[in-house]
Write a protein that binds this ligand. Structure first.
Ligand code: ATP
Ligand code: MG
Length: 631
């Protein structure tokens, strides 16, 4: 069906093309970072719709974040618009479902609300409503919020692990890991049998016409699990299913996929086991590793050419992951022209987090302003090794860290030097003060006239931090500023109030990040998955932060391996330049003063010849190296 020279797949290399051309049956694309997995998935989707005659509405593509879903939808539309003119009408791609697991779950719950004891007007519980429900279930007095919070965490953990499909899963996954965004908080206690509490909590939610976020995927799995006719109907509706980042599916998501896709169905799963970084949230890389057993007719495709990074960055990444790799015989070769001569990696040894932050600010200044790197640290670095600097925009730069707490000093230093920043946040929009009330107002507004204005106002309110309605009291200037910062959210909501409400409910984070804004992006390693930036600073490469350690709780081998995978994910976000830094002292929560800290032991796996070293290097190897150079 594809026409030579003009097909959508001509934008792919031969291996990617071969992967995209398998249009029947299960396909597993297992490949390292930057090999074009996501690109191949989108081209394959476009190819099926525009060139193979698969109706767009039969296609379901699932991603892990709303942002990834938005981007995929956008790229698909762009692709199809660029398809041959005669195909355009038939293939706008508008009917394809590109969605997160949560949004997909919500749509199924909505279609069958009555089956779950919900009315058509049910809502997703916000954090306070969840606490109320758990408090009621446990018979706690209203002022026992801390206890309710603890119980809710235990309950969530219990639900997660109780649902684990242990029987046939290879290897045990570790449970009870801290959320990375609040990584310094206590880990949930090992779960007791909380079956009764879960039952009462669920009943309390239903009495309020609520479901909680975790139930959005769980409820469809329960319903479909006992209704073969419904399973058949959904399988007919979605004949082609795609899942990006399959290495991070959790038990319930996997359960839903198994129901939606028969063993010989058209499921295209894409991922990289070495980028599995969400096991603390129940992700189970074992599902990826046993794909071929679950879908025995699967075609397995490997991609080995990396289009993202320079050779030194790629070499460092491969060396960093090697001791714990889950991919036997991994091969990852740089495909970019000129990548072989890429700049070496810079490793900066700071005296303190403030010094580290200053280094980031100074370097960004030099990169964007175009001044010579020499000026930053004259005598230590040969600027010829770095290649020309300058010509970089703020939007090209990301600062990655392990825990949110590290962002403070960086933001301070960047603000002092006038560098505009934007931070990806992990808060759920719905949990921001006042937002639930606004959503209710919108929900019960008669008609949706003026809904767009209301949405913009809402967005503005949230962004300027004045979320307490009913009296907005916002000036036009406030709204203008906020709309400029965020607009992407309002724009994504289109004209449909229901969609907007669903966005609010399922959005796992207040993601006001705008990749087009000319600002430096600050984000956690977890949030950086799937993204790429020309310049990446990975700060806090220290023992205790990466790997992350909580006082009194030594990490298990499995947790250490996942921390190493986080470093791998971080390094492989970089296209052209990578800066790894660590401080000699750091004060962490619970410390009375800064304590000496060692560089991350993971860095030892990286060949020192890939680095240029800057700063005060506390390691003994350094003076020796200098002497050698002097000779
Ligand atoms: P990750 O594992 O980090 O999610 P990925 O395998 O999904 O990475 P993509 O994000 O799809 O990789 O691609 C990485 C980069 O390489 C993108 O900028 C993409 O446009 C580019 N790229 C991928 N394939 C090709 C190709 N055949 N020709 C040119 N550029 C390509
Ligand atoms: Mg990807």
């Amino acid at each position: 069906m594809e026409r030579l020279g003009t097909g959508l797949l001509d934008l792919l290399d031969p291996d990617q093309k071969a992967a995209a051309q398998v249009t029947d049956g299960p396909v597993l694309i297992i490949a390292g970072p930057g090999t074009g997995k996501t690109r191949t998935l989108i081209q394959r989707l476009g190819h099926l719709i525009a060139e193979c005659g698969v109706p767009a509405e039969r296609c379901l593509a699932i991603t892990f974040t709303r942002r990834a879903a938005d981007e995929m939808g956008e790229r698909l539309r762009f692709l199809l618009a660029a398809a041959q003119p005669e195909q355009r009408d038939a293939a706008t791609g508008a009917g394809a479902t590109v969605s997160t697991f949560h949004a997909l779950g919500l749509s199924i719950v909505r279609e069958h609300a009555d089956r779950f004891g919900l009315t058509a007007g049910f809502r997703i519980a916000d954090a306070d409503e969840q606490l109320d429900a758990v408090g009621e279930a446990a018979g706690l007095p209203d002022d026992e919020t801390a206890q309710a919070r603890r119980l809710l965490r235990q309950l969530q953990e219990f639900r997660r692990t109780a649902g684990r499909l242990r029987a046939d899963a290879p290897g045990e996954a570790a449970a009870g890991r801290p959320d990375p965004a609040t990584a310094d908080t206590a880990r949930p206690e090992p779960a007791d049998d909380l079956t009764d509490l879960v039952k009462d909590y669920t009943a309390a939610l239903r009495a309020r016409d609520l479901v909680d976020l975790d139930e959005l995927v769980r409820l469809p799995v329960q319903l479909l699990g006992k209704e073969p006719a419904l399973v058949a109907a959904y399988r007919q509706r979605y004949t082609h299913v795609f899942v990006d980042e399959y290495q991070d599916v959790d038990d319930t998501q996997y359960g839903l996929l198994r129901l939606l896709c028969p063993p010989d169905g058209n499921l295209c799963a894409i991922g990289d086991p070495d980028q599995s970084i969400y096991s603390f949230r129940g992700a189970e890389v074992g599902y990826f590793l046993r794909f071929a057993a679950d879908f025995p007719t699967a075609t397995v495709v490997r991609l080995t050419r990396n289009y993202r990074s320079t050779a030194p960055i790629l070499a460092a990444a491969v060396q960093a992951i090697a001791p714990d790799t889950l991919v036997a015989g991994r091969s990852l070769a740089p495909a970019r022209r000129g990548a072989i001569n890429g700049a070496r990696i810079t490793r900066y040894s700071a005296s303190s987090p403030a010094d580290e932050a200053d280094f980031v600010a100074r370097t960004i200044d030099a990169l964007v302003g175009g001044s010579s790197f020499h000026a930053l640290d004259s005598g230590r670095v040969d600027s010829r090794e770095h290649g020309p600097l300058g010509g970089v925009s703020f939007a090209d730069i990301a600062v990655l860290y392990r825990t949110d707490a590290q962002a403070g000093p960086i933001i301070d230093a960047l603000s002092r030097s006038g560098v505009p920043v934007q931070k990806r946040s992990h808060d759920r929009l719905l949990d921001r003060p006042g937002v639930a009330a606004i959503v209710d107002e919108l929900r019960y507004a008669t008609g949706i006239d003026g809904a767009i204005a209301a949405r913009v106002r809402l967005t503005a309110q949230v962004l300027v931090g004045r979320g307490d309605l009913p009296d907005p009291q916002l000036t036009d200037a406030d709204i203008h500023t906020a709309v400029e910062l965020l607009m992407p959210l309002a724009a994504r909501c289109g004209a449909d109030l229901e969609t907007f409400l669903a966005e609010l409910a399922t959005g796992a984070e207040v993601d006001t990040w705008d990749p087009r804004a000319d600002r430096v992006t600050l984000l956690t390693l977890h949030a950086s998955k799937g993204l790429e930036f020309p310049v990446v600073f990975l700060v806090g490469c220290e023992d205790g932060l990466l790997p992350h350690r909580l006082p009194g709780r030594p990490p298990t081998d499995e947790q250490l391996a996942e921390e190493r995978r986080l470093l791998f994910v971080g390094i492989t976000r970089a296209k052209d330049r990578l800066y790894l830094s660590h401080a000699a002292r750091r004060q962490r929560r619970g410390d009375t003063e800064p304590r000496p800290v060692a560089a991350s032991p993971f860095l030892a796996a990286i060949d020192h010849r890939l680095y240029d070293r800057l700063g005060d290097d506390p390691e003994p190897a350094k003076p020796q190296a200098r002497q050698l150079r002097l000779i």
